[in-house]
Design a protein around this ligand. Structure first.
Ligand SMILES: [Zn+2]
Length: 310
């Protein structure tokens, strides 16, 4: 019954930037957009006005069911999933919503992507793990997604969608599958604003720092993304393929250079240097290289992916 709900990837997923995003092929990108919607700027800690926390968790579970019916979960080495879960769970207590039930899922796709769903569902791709050169990069990416959840960005978006479509009755009646599948189909409007992305960046840096990961990890990761932007050229086919592959991490985010500048400013305010003692570059007993080797069967997939993107 789930198969049609993600069919927006074959045609209904329309362009929002002059065609660049047309014909996007990945369900997970749709999921990112649908979950990571933007409906104005949410005040952190502000309660939802329509969706209760219990409903949010149920909606998250429904998203997860629909998503994983179409997108394979990574089923290789259990150490990989355990590593991601351990990093994520180690950050959760430092977020603004530490009491939600969280689920960290690795999706078995090549694309470099990460996104969060309402109700504590967070996803990273195998491609992102392969491309990461330190545990701090993975930790700070997860922390960014946890920032979206803490600030209820997805909840705001869903609330806006529910009101726009007159689905309050479905929500009240518990027909969450209808809401979720509908929200997926109008994924075009379900995109976070740049301000929400800035907020998630800021929260993520703080959470990662509080959890004693080196928050410079996100700078390293952004710099890596910049090399992919740089390698994509202009006006060539490779631009679209590279941007597609980067999914949520690029979508409507502010320019990467601006994000780097914002984060560096924040780190300056925190007084955190790149080689700060006491802040971890690696995490949970395994290096990113070891994890990369497990997921890729190769030792330097970041280089490999650069080659591929050219
Ligand atoms: Zn984001």
């Amino acid at each position: 019954m789930h198969t049609k709900r993600w069919s927006m990837v074959d045609g209904r997923w329309r362009s929002r930037e002059g065609g660049r995003w047309a014909e996007r092929r990945l369900c997970c990108l749709g999921a990112a957009a649908l979950v990571l919607v933007a409906a104005g700027c949410a005040g952190l800690g502000q309660e939802s006005w329509l969706i209760s926390e219990e409903q949010e968790v149920e909606l998250g579970a429904e998203f997860h069911a629909q998503l994983t019916a179409e997108m394979p979960e990574y089923a290789g080495s259990p150490e990989v999933t355990a590593w991601v879960e351990a990093i994520g769970e180690s950050i959760v207590p430092y977020t603004d919503r530490p009491d939600l039930p969280y689920h960290f899922t690795v999706l078995d796709v090549d694309d470099i992507n990460a996104f969060a769903v309402v109700g504590g569902y967070v996803y990273v791709t195998r491609g992102l793990l392969a491309a990461s050169s330190s545990g701090a990069e993975v930790a700070t990416v997860l922390a960014h997604e946890l920032g979206h959840i803490s600030a209820r960005h997805g909840v705001r978006a869903l609330e806006t969608y529910i009101v726009a479509e007159g689905l309050q009755e479905a929500l009240g009646g518990g027909d969450l599958a209808e809401i979720v599948s509908g929200a997926v189909l109008v994924g075009d409007s379900l995109v976070f604003s740049q301000d929400q992305e800035r907020e998630a960046d800021e929260l993520g840096v703080q959470y990662a720092y509080d959890a004693e990961y080196n928050p410079w990890g996100i700078v390293k990761f952004f710099e890596y993304l910049q090399t992919l932007e740089g390698s994509s050229g202009t006006g060539s086919d490779s631009v679209d393929s590279v941007f597609e592959d980067l999914g949520e991490l690029f979508s409507t985010h502010p320019p990467t250079a601006e994000r780097i500048g914002n984060v560096k400013k924040q780190l300056g305010g925190l007084g955190v240097s790149e080689d700060e003692s006491g802040l971890a570059w690696e995490a949970e007993g395994k290096t990113a290289d070891e994890i990369g080797a497990l997921v890729e069967g190769a030792s330097d997939s970041r280089e490999t992916s650069k080659e591929t993107d050219r």
